[in-house]
Design a binder for this molecule. Sequence first.
Ligand SMILES: Cc1cc2nc3c(=O)[nH]c(=O)nc-3n(C[C@H](O)[C@H](O)[C@H](O)COP(=O)(O)OP(=O)(O)OC[C@H]3O[C@@H](n4cnc5c(N)ncnc54)[C@H](O)[C@@H]3O)c2cc1C
Length: 381
Amino acid sequence: MTSVAVVGAGVIGLSCARELARAGVDDVVVLERQGQVAQGSTSRANGGFRAQFTTAPNVAFSLWSIGELERLEAATGLLSMHQTGYLLFTGTPEGERGLRAGYELQRSLGVATEWLSAAEILERAPFVRPDGLLAGTFHARDGMLDPYGVARSMEREARALGVRIVTGAEVQAIGRIGDDFEVEHQGGVVRSSWLVNAAGSDAREVGAMLVVEVPVTPYRRNLAFAPDPTHAGELISMCVDLDTGVLVRREPGGGYVIAYSNPADPPSRETSVDPAFLGDVAERIGNRFPFLEDVPIDVDACWAGLYPETPDHHAIVGETPEAPRFLQCVGFGGHGIMHAPAAGRAIAELVTLGRSETFDLRPLRLSRFAEDDLVVETAVL
Ligand SMILES: Cc1cc2nc3c(=O)[nH]c(=O)nc-3n(C[C@H](O)[C@H](O)[C@H](O)COP(=O)(O)OP(=O)(O)OC[C@H]3O[C@@H](n4cnc5c(N)ncnc54)[C@H](O)[C@@H]3O)c2cc1C
């Protein structure tokens, strides 16, 4: 009989469990170190989702996931999903070339991304500083949601389908008995015929328990909140100034969430807000969002968490060559919430069919790092 143990009850592990159960696997257990589900990166996310990526595997994961998130929201109402679109723009010729390449790839893969002139960007976002603005793109099915709501809706369905979720169960050692896995955790031992690594920022450590090198590295990422009650209830698109890397969205209750990921930040497991982040934002925010220069940041309402990153900004999804039936579903960086549905589906297909029918998983295989066969995602936000 097929049995699957999943390490980690973040959005990725919960999605894997839900999709496995939906695919008919009736013995699925999720082992989570914390006392509750989704207390790692998942609960720290900004909640953006977009199909506007620059590589085929990321666009494919987004497109499939957006459809599934729409269905989940309709079925559960737990996602607080707002399809406000992502609005990306640039004022440099180099930025425009990159945007054009992404736009053409997305269109070729069936995403209805729109190309916008400077005037059309300003129609959608009149608060953007217009000087030197060259071009933008917009995709209406992109938007924002509540990351915890996604995790909870997946948890609920997984449990209803018979998945066991064990909290307070840190996995400490993994052995093999014949073809099976023996997973030792804080509260006991689980035996399974398949094992899924969904340990987020701890994926490397879980891989090492079976002497597998999993190149996932945590980076601290921060979000700032600027309270402003004047526009409460009026949402805007997720606005992305590609020339500085600053993202701005409005909260449903009013105020702005501001994101910026400094590519020079070193790896870190620290989850308190980095004081340098506020300086980075202050330097860049005026480039396209001058109105926010005058809105003070509420330092106590800022937060931070970890991006589980890989060297090419793509997840690792698939078999482990040296450890059959040990599946990796890790390294989702800043797009794990939005790609969770597709990730879960891919894992369920690997277990039940031996291959993925829905996705081409070759670009996401673990061995690409050893083979030096990487395609790098550049729309890293
Ligand atoms: C500031 C910030 C903003 C972000 N914004 C977005 C966004 O807008 N959109 C988006 O899609 N993504 C966003 N992300 C990224 C997203 O949060 C992650 O990609 C996603 O949550 C990864 O999910 P996960 O399940 O892999 O990891 P996690 O949520 O960290 O879950 C992993 C789980 O594994 C458990 N675990 C680890 N080791 C063990 C062990 N040995 N035994 C048992 N359990 C273990 C952990 O306790 C944890 O609960 C953001 C992240 C941050 C920090």
